[in-house]
Design a protein around this ligand. Structure first.
Ligand code: KIV
Length: 305
């Protein structure tokens, strides 16, 4: 990497104007009936591509515990790990709203602890909002008072995997639908700026989206939410598992990367990489001082993309 250039800057490839997306802008999009696009991202390169593609909201999701760090669920990731990834995303993103997921345990004690941890995401990592799971109305109110924009997250909340007994679609009975609607309303009234609805029946998402002034962002909640979010690795087939019903795969990055790496290995093994053109050379006068002979010129067809 030391001699490879890795410049900053660059305009969005879509020509999307660089008007910064803010939390109030999301509410305005809802008012105007413009759909919010959102994706997770966890590192510089991916976030930069996602931002340049014109996605409105980038969530540094705690799903990174699974798709980046290889844990079985989201519970193990720490505040420090989330901060580390949020900083990388922050360095890449110019336009999208950067939301950091607060990991399990970082807001499950006192409200004061939750606020203190959320402050770290804003202050130390440059997040513009935090996301918390569950109907934690008191905490949302405290974060709002502390000037920290909050995205709520209801329905299938992965940090409650043990309590839920697995990843199951939520709000399937009259009673649980009623509770979800009440929770959504309470979070909005407490100051949440947007609400992720995960793993709920389409009809329930329709009702909640109509009832709230703040935007809903769905994942496994049907097409009627104010916005949609997917886990980046699900969308490009980097999860090594069959996709959930709600995932649409837009690319097969696993196949692309596997093929590229296999070609590289083959080229290395048959001395086809690097070529003479890909090598640095001594200036002509200095070459005479060395009697080192390059490997007998094996001419191999270069496989270039
Ligand atoms: O962590 C995550 O990726 C999320 C999305 C599923 C919304 O919370």
């Amino acid at each position: 990497m030391s001699l490879t250039s890795f410049p900053g800057g660059g305009a969005p490839s879509t020509g999307t104007p660089l008007t910064k997306v803010t939390m109030p802008a999301l509410a305005e999009m809802k008012r105007q009936g413009r759909v919010i696009s959102a994706l997770t991202a966890y590192d510089y390169a991916t976030s930069r591509l996602v931002d340049e593609a014109g996605i409105d909201l980038i969530l540094v999701g705690d799903s990174l515990a699974m798709v980046v760090l290889g844990h079985e669920n989201t519970l193990a990731v720490t505040v420090d790990e989330m901060l580390h990834h949020t900083r990388a995303v922050r360095r890449a993103v110019k336009r999208a709203l950067v939301v950091a997921d607060m990991p399990f345990g970082s807001y499950h004690g006192t409200v004061a602890e939750g606020v203190a941890n959320a402050v770290r995401f804003i202050k130390e990592a440059g997040a513009e909002a935090v996301k918390i799971e569950g109907p934690r109305v008191e905490l949302v109110r405290a974060l709002t008072t502390a000037e920290i924009p909050v995205v709520g997250h209801l329905g299938l909340t992965p940090q409650s995997v043990h309590k839920m007994g697995g990843y199951r679609v939520q709000a399937r009975t009259e009673e649980t639908v009623k509770q979800l609607r009440a929770d959504a309303q309470a979070l909005a009234e407490a100051g949440a700026g947007a609400l992720v609805l995960e793993g709920v029946p389409r009809e329930v998402a329709v009702a909640i989206t109509a009832e709230l002034a703040i935007p809903t962002i769905g994942i496994g909640a049907g097409p009627d939410c104010d916005g949609q979010i997917l886990v980046f690795h699900d969308m490009v087939n980097l999860t090594f598992a069959p996709p959930a019903k709600f995932v649409r795969r837009y690319a097969d990055a696993a196949a692309l990367v596997r093929e590229a790496v296999e070609h590289y290995r083959e080229d290395v093994e048959r001395h086809a990489f690097p070529s003479d053109e890909e090598s640095y050379h001594l200036p002509k006068p200095a070459q005479g001082a060395l009697d080192a002979k390059p490997r007998a010129a094996k001419v191999h067809a270069l496989r270039k993309i």
